[in-house]
Design a binder for this molecule. Structure first.
Ligand SMILES: [Zn+2]
Ligand SMILES: [Zn+2]
Length: 180
């Protein structure tokens, strides 16, 4: 949404949107789907700059990093930004503001709220999504989902390769050491 900032000096601007975002517009292979994103907010003149306060609500569909089952995660998040227009404020004044807040710099008075939304959506995708914190994942031997009970493989306590090595070791044990 394009917002003309110089028109909201007297009265805050409020919006309520529901946006369809194509998951492929975000750079993340694990994102399988996105519900419509509810994006509400308000911008007010705070001299210097403008204060944006918004809220995002949506559901993202991911894939569990361990068991590959689908995961639907609900997101509800507050967004806050200070918007500074370089045309109307001296640079020294702006630098002070930057230290304490998330600042957006603008060259004019026209502000687009969509880049912030996309940036937040991107940040909210977990690096390793899990269906639950203690997900047991897939069995490396047979590929069974271990959250759904144990497979045949899990009864084998010793890896067969180690068992073979142990047998070799037994055989190489010298029976009698004193040859001379
Ligand atoms: Zn899982
Ligand atoms: Zn198995």
């Amino acid at each position: 949404m394009q917002i003309q900032l110089d028109r909201i000096r007297d009265e805050p601007f409020q919006w309520q949107e529901s946006l369809e975002i194509d998951p492929s517009s975000l750079d993340h292979g694990d994102l399988k789907g996105l519900s419509p994103v509810r994006w509400d907010g308000e911008i007010m003149f705070t001299d210097p700059g403008y204060y944006l306060r918004g809220r995002l609500e949506y559901t993202q569909n991911l894939e569990c990093d361990r068991c590959l089952e689908p995961v639907a995660a609900e997101v509800s998040e507050k967004v806050e930004r200070l918007i500074l227009s370089h045309q109307s404020q001296p640079a020294e004044e702006l630098e002070l503001q930057e230290q304490d807040m998330n600042v957006i710099h603008l060259d004019g008075e026209e502000f687009d709220s969509e880049p912030i939304l996309l940036e937040q959506l991107q940040l909210n995708i977990p690096m390793k999504p899990l269906c639950r914190p203690d997900c047991s994942g897939l069995c490396p031997e047979c590929g069974a989902n271990r959250n759904q009970g144990s497979c045949q493989c899990s009864t084998v306590t010793v890896d067969p390769r180690w068992a073979a090595l142990a047998a070799l070791k037994d055989r190489s044990q010298p029976d009698g050491q004193g040859e001379d």
